[in-house]
Design a protein around this ligand. Structure first.
Ligand SMILES: C[S@@+](CC[C@H](N)C(=O)[O-])C[C@H]1O[C@@H](n2cnc3c(N)ncnc32)[C@H](O)[C@@H]1O
Length: 261
């Protein structure tokens, strides 16, 4: 083998070594960032709960008691919010008279919103059920359409909910049917808090968001669940909307939030 060939071979070996190292580093970094893409310049800015509302202010000993709330764990509950996520919503519910939730599922979050909200609060929530599932209509160009239709179906099996038969049931107004068909106009400018957690297909996130913003009064909050790259409809739509609206991602959660102005 000539000197030139040996040099070339050496260069190839070094290049392959560098490429393998870069790949390994990239995969490790992606894992560390919990599945987020390496280059996600479009992602929403991250904030802490205390940057969203002053009830989450921190004292020397940690989160102030203004943010205490009644919560239960998510174990055994389908498609649910984590303890941290439900705590943020439950704490804000304490000062929310009108609340709406897109996507009831087991009604765990509905129950906790109702349990923490004032006595005269009104909590609307909409869900699909096996009987109403055939009204679901995703757009054919929704990314990963079949998968999200299947997930919506699997999460639409409940007709009795966490709040059913409890003392807070009277605060809850349950709607059954497809959220694209839901007439939001009677709720216009009334909500202190809206939680969007229905279908995660892009066209539904977009439609639910448009309704939610019009239902929320000035100064009220709109939250989205499942702001994470695997939930492509939520991730893509919110990153787009974030270019024109000051939407923030709450650190350590899959919640995104917008204060309506
Ligand atoms: C992720 S689960 C909601 C979890 C719930 N918010 C919680 O925190 O426990 C999704 C819910 O959205 C509902 N859903 C899915 N597609 C819908 C649609 N097109 N219209 C209304 N509800 C829908 C499902 O029936 C299910 O109740």
């Amino acid at each position: 083998m000539s000197n030139v060939e040996i040099t070339l071979l050496g260069l190839v070996v070094v290049s392959l070594g560098l490429a393998a190292w870069a790949l390994k580093y990239g995969l490790k970094e992606r894992r560390r960032r919990k599945g987020r893409p390496l280059f996600d310049g479009d992602a929403l800015p991250e904030v802490n709960p205390k940057d969203v509302d002053n009830i989450f202010a921190e004292s020397d000993t940690g989160t102030a008691l203004t943010a205490e709330a009644i919560v239960i764990g998510e174990q055994g509950s389908q498609a649910s919010t984590t303890i941290d996520e439900v705590w943020v919503l439950a704490a804000l519910a304490k000062k929310s008279k009108t609340i709406f939730e897109f996507g009831t599922c087991t009604g765990r979050t509905t129950y906790l919103l109702a349990r923490n909200a004032p006595d005269d609060a009104r909590i609307g929530t909409i869900t699909l059920t096996p009987d109403t599932m055939d009204t679901y209509r995703a757009e054919s160009d929704d990314p990963d359409n079949a998968r999200w239709t299947q997930i919506a179906k699997e999460e639409s099996t409940f007709t009795s909910f966490h709040y059913s038969g409890t003392p807070v049931e009277g605060k809850v107004e349950q709607f059954f049917g497809d959220s694209k068909e839901f007439d939001e106009t009677p709720w216009a400018d009334t909500c202190d808090l809206v939680f969007i957690d229905g279908s995660h297909a892009y066209s539904y996130v977009k439609s639910d968001t448009k309704k939610a913003i019009s239902m929320t009064k000035k100064g009220g909050l709109v939250f989205w669940h499942d702001y994470s790259p695997p939930c492509v409809g939520v991730w893509k739509y919110l990153n787009e909307l974030g270019k024109t609206h000051p939407i923030k991602h709450i650190k350590g959660t899959r919640l995104a939030v917008l204060r309506v102005s």
